[in-house]
Design a protein around this ligand. Structure first.
Ligand code: ACM
Length: 549
């Protein structure tokens, strides 16, 4: 065929496809894939999955295929068996090929069947998540809806993520979130092709992970007697408390279960153990860790920042390394988060013993003291094949050699770290703090910490600052959402704050810059919200979420 003939045929095929589309609703309805794939070419026709559809997978993808079969068993009522992907395999075929990126996939749906190609299990997993999004939203339910036809529109997709770190953080310390909900939260991340779950496990207000060597961390410090009601105030005369204990922690077996659940969904769980600040729960359980000889009143029952900070003694270093030792047995993550933010240095300034330690170690000031402490953890983790990650305050007083920086006070910390050759995860308050309000009209919303971060702001987030050279920009691993829970007391409220903003963020982190278009996103979002309805997610409704209220 001549080139002209090929072009004519292509135009004809597309116009047939376009007519079929207009008969079936807008493109956004038929191909409402979020995050938006790199290439999505509509084709004519569809493939219908029935109970007789064969499913075949290359050996490396058998477990991903089985996960899909388990996921779709309840909504379809079909009991598929995964078979080897022979050359003549039909139906849904998952084939391992060489040369695609780590998380990339190709997907072809024709009236004859579905073929997904990837080089890695993650790529195959994401191909199948896309297939689910091409099916009716009822695929996300737990029982068959009578009359549903499992039709997948014909399409050619080529897809790969822009960033390797696409995540969400979750603070389970201010308010404890039950294990079952943590798993639901992780499952939702996976459905948005997010791959990092940053689990904020320790705080002034509660310690949430069992440590066998130091049982008092959970025996004593996982339960606070009461919690402040309403907005934070430092003025005791204005503080009102609920009088209700708030308790909870994860046993090591719970943690193993969550980590395995996440791994099945291609998600790395990055644990955070805060130091040297945000440690009131730790020093209450083990007062030898404190930088003060005053008695410690208990866990913090208000918000804000606690004055308690670890004593930078050898015994505190040993204690925290013992804790990390147990953490390492539970979490295979290459990164271990050690916090490092908002460590108030007043107790170090007031302590003659700690001032003497600063001098004897040849350090200039309290910032260098903090850096020294973090470096002990960096050396410890590096020797065990892991990488330390911390909030951007770890830049103050000098970065530890192998540290990755999580930039939350804007992008500047991340820019400085990238220029020094360190890896960076962007987490700026301006775009990724989902404890902020979703409306300018704060009174119309549940109490939040402050701010205003609507979905279009989130969508517009660009993790790579223009001031970085291409080589420096390679250090920007990606970004993540922050869900701090001072004002988020339960899972329902958490979902309200997280969704649909996380839907917008997933596209900002997965899709290439030239594929990002807020208007196009908004045509796909209504279908996606039907999926979240089926999944029982308490997202903030769009009619409330006027883009610029
Ligand atoms: C932070 O928000 N303190 C990291």
């Amino acid at each position: 065929m001549t080139t002209v003939a090929v072009r004519l045929l292509a135009a004809l095929t597309l116009s047939v496809a376009a007519r079929e589309l207009s008969a079936q609703g807008a493109l956004g309805d038929r191909y409402a894939v979020i995050p938006r794939p790199g290439v999505l070419t509509p084709q004519t026709g569809a493939y219908t999955i029935t109970r007789n559809t064969p499913i075949a997978a290359s050996p490396a993808f058998a477990s991903v295929a089985r996960r899909f079969v388990r996921d779709v068993a309840n909504p379809t009522g079909f009991d598929f068996v995964v078979r080897p992907a022979t050359a003549s395999a039909q139906g849904i075929v998952l084939r391992q090929v060489k040369g695609l990126g780590d998380e990339a996939y190709r997907l072809d749906v024709t009236s004859n069947g579905i073929v997904a190609e990837a080089s890695t299990p993650a790529g195959a997993f994401y191909a199948l998540e896309t297939v689910k999004q091409l099916l009716p939203p009822a695929i996300y339910r737990d029982a068959p809806i009578p009359g549903t036809v499992w039709s997948v529109p014909a399409v050619h997709i080529e897809d790969a993520p822009r960033f390797t770190w696409r995540g969400s953080h979750l603070d389970v310390s201010r308010h404890f979130m039950p294990k079952a909900f943590v798993k639901k939260y992780i499952d939702l991340l996976a459905r948005h092709k997010l791959n990092r779950f940053h689990w904020h496990l320790t705080e002034d207000q509660g310690w949430r992970i069992e440590v066998k060597k130091y049982p008092r961390l959970t025996e004593v410090s996982s339960c606070r007697p009461q919690t402040l009601v309403g907005s934070h105030t430092d003025d005791p005369a204005k503080q009102l408390f609920d009088g209700t204990p708030h308790c909870g922690f994860y046993t090591q077996d719970d943690v193993r279960e969550v980590v395995a659940y996440a791994a099945e969904r291609m998600i790395t769980v990055v644990p955070e153990i805060e130091m040297p600040g945000h440690v009131q729960a730790a020093v209450y359980a083990y007062p030898f860790l404190a930088s003060t000889t005053d008695s410690i009143p208990g866990l913090r029952t208000i918000w804000g920042v606690s004055k308690y900070i670890l004593n930078p003694s050898d015994s505190s270093v040993a204690f925290m390394q013992d804790v990390l030792n147990e953490v390492l047995t539970l979490f295979p993550s290459p990164w271990i988060h050690i916090g490092g933010d908002e460590a108030v240095k007043d107790q170090w300034k007031a302590s003659p013993q700690i001032q003497a330690r600063i001098k004897s170690l040849g350090l200039k000031d309290e910032h260098e003291m903090q850096s020294w402490f973090i470096k002990q953890m960096d050396t410890f983790l590096t020797a065990r094949g892991r990488r330390l990650i911390g909030w951007d305050e770890i830049l103050e007083g000098g970065l530890a050699p192998n540290a990755t920086v999580m930039s939350w006070r804007g992008m500047d910390g991340g820019i400085a770290a990238a220029k020094e050759g360190h890896d960076v995860v962007m987490a700026p308050g301006s775009h990724t703090y989902f404890d902020h309000y979703q409306s300018r009209d704060k009174k119309s919303e549940p109490l939040a910490i402050g701010g205003f971060t609507p979905i279009d702001t989130v969508y517009s987030f660009e993790p790579v600052p223009p001031s970085l050279t291409p080589d420096e920009a390679k250090h920007i691993l990606g970004a993540q959402a922050q869900l701090w829970t001072e004002y988020i007391p339960n899972p329902q409220q958490l979902e309200y704050m997280a969704y649909p903003r996380l839907v917008a963020l997933c596209e900002a982190l997965w899709s290439r810059k030239d594929r990002r278009d807020f208007g196009d996103f908004m045509t796909r979002l209504p279908v996606h919200l039907k999926r979240l309805d089926a999944l029982d997610v308490n997202y903030r409704k769009l009619d409330r979420a006027k883009v610029t209220p």
